[in-house]
Design a protein. Structure first.
Length: 480
């Protein structure tokens, strides 16, 4: 049928740097994509042809194909773009197999307003901006399309992950419609200090009860469901070598959630309930406030604290008292409009949330226990990555710079794990950070660490990544 267009590219073979492949791609009127692969070795500055093979994909289109463009990309996958008389641009994946024959697999297609008699692609990269592939298709007119390479790169990294650390900040909650720290009401700073419980216990509790009601009646956005699906079945490589029938559940999971959010939305999903570190606590639990007058086991100084501590006697059972707020309990509290008190000592109760100037051991002890569980998991995962060639992905969602605790944790895990891998030298393990944030997605570290910046809201980006995961996992058809 003849050749209508050609595209040529070369790529090194992973096992031997002095060997590489040359791919010669062509399209024709018989709707066929053909790739001639030349395996080349370098000997004494001479290029030697070791062997060649031909890969042919018939019925690649419903009409004659006019143009083809090969884009070789080691970070995502090798792409083949074709267009023809059916006024569509189609994307195929070039699957390369070490010492084996390449394969051509359909990925997706998009309609055009032209017959696509010529095609050109350009990879646009600029620091602080999304990495995009720009495709220009010409015929009777010209159409320009683009692909977000950062989204595709993130999906590719996730398909290979053996461990997944999800770090989530206020921006992730904001996608559900919840307000963030920057937009909190004026009284937030006052009632986010446990000392205000002494002066205005009813107002203090009503303020936090209203927050709990908002969190309870707000439906978690689609991003939570996507993460839940990824952990349960989508990312098949999440298979842990540390699973042990004798170890606690939080150590046996190949994923963990580390979040500063107090809305408790991750608790709604069974996948995360035993592998969740809420570093600031959760507002849907109330604890006895008997410990707010002490710091490091000693009474806090000042007349107000002295009066508070003298008014009540501390009881061991108070420290274990937890009132969990569901819809029935919350509505009963709202109707009663009374102060909520501990059943054991009759003191006011407070949310199980870390506040400003907070020294309450009833809260701090719980948070420390959860932190220690997370650190034990992270330590074992890091050992496995370094010693057994495993791959860790840190997926950071909506973590801003104003309260950067979670953002710093993401970077510390990336740096620590990568430095250990580099120190070991013989390992092929890896650690990657995917940072998703509409304003502050850049990763600025002194050394070169593997990171992907996606400038987007988390819920939108997760949806886009999820689509590409389906493509990369082969869960798409020619009809898509």
């Amino acid at each position: 049928a003849g050749v209508n267009d050609l595209s040529v590219g070369s790529s090194p073979m992973s096992s031997t740097p002095m060997n590489f492949c040359i791919y010669i791609c062509s399209v024709s009127d018989d709707q066929t994509i053909s790739i001639c692969t030349l395996y080349i070795s370098v000997y004494s500055s001479q290029l030697c042809l070791k062997r060649s093979c031909l890969t042919v994909l018939q019925c690649a289109s419903d009409s004659p194909l006019n143009s083809i463009k090969l884009v070789l990309d080691q970070s995502t996958f090798h792409q083949i773009y074709v267009s023809g008389h059916d006024e569509q641009i189609s994307l195929f994946k070039l699957v390369t197999i070490e010492d084996g024959q390449p394969q051509i697999k359909f990925v997706s297609s998009s309609p055009l307003g032209t017959d696509g008699s010529c095609l050109a692609c350009f990879h646009f990269t600029k620091q602080g901006m999304p990495s995009r592939l720009i495709a220009a298709v010409g015929g009777e007119g010209v159409e320009i399309l683009s692909l977000d390479f950062d989204i595709i790169h993130a999906a590719k990294v996730l398909t290979e992950a053996n461990y997944l650390l999800i770090t989530a900040g206020a921006g992730f909650s904001a996608d559900s419609g919840l307000i963030t720290y920057e937009d909190m009401p004026v009284e937030y700073r006052d009632f986010c200090d446990p000392s205000s419980l002494i002066d205005e216990p009813v107002k203090f509790q009503q303020f936090w009860i209203e927050f709990s009601r908002t969190y309870l009646y707000t439906t978690p956005h689609r991003g939570y469901n996507i993460l839940d699906e990824w952990c349960k079945r989508t990312i098949s490589s999440l298979r842990s070598n540390i699973e042990n029938l004798d170890c606690p559940a939080y150590l046996s999971r190949p994923w963990y959630v580390y979040t500063s959010n107090v809305d408790g939305h991750f608790r709604s999903f069974a996948s995360f309930q035993s592998s969740l570190c809420e570093i600031h606590g959760v507002s849907s639990e109330l604890k006895c406030a008997c410990g707010i007058g002490y710091s490091d086991g000693k009474p806090r100084l000042g007349s107000r604290w002295m009066k508070w501590n003298e008014s009540f006697s501390s009881m061991k059972s108070c420290k274990e008292e937890v009132l969990r707020l569901n819809s029935d309990v919350l509505e009963e509290i709202v109707r009663a409009k009374k102060e909520i008190v501990c059943h054991h000592c009759n003191r006011p109760m407070r949310p199980n949330v870390l506040m400003f100037h907070d020294s309450d051991e009833n809260v701090l002890r719980h948070l420390m226990n959860e932190r220690e569980k997370y650190q034990a998991w992270e330590g074992r995962v890091e050992d496995d990555v370094v010693n057994n060639n495993r791959k860790l992905v840190i997926l950071e969602l909506g973590c801003g710079v104003n309260v950067p605790a979670v953002r710093k944790e993401s970077e510390e895990v990336l740096v620590d794990c990568t430095d250990r891998i580099r120190g070991a030298q013989t390992t092929r393990g890896s650690a990657s950070l995917i940072r998703i944030n509409p304003k502050n997605a850049e990763v600025t570290l002194e050394r070169d660490y593997h990171s992907i910046s996606i400038h987007s809201k988390a819920a939108i980006a997760l949806t886009q990544i999820n689509r590409w995961l389906a493509v990369l996992n082969g869960n798409n058809s020619r009809k898509d």
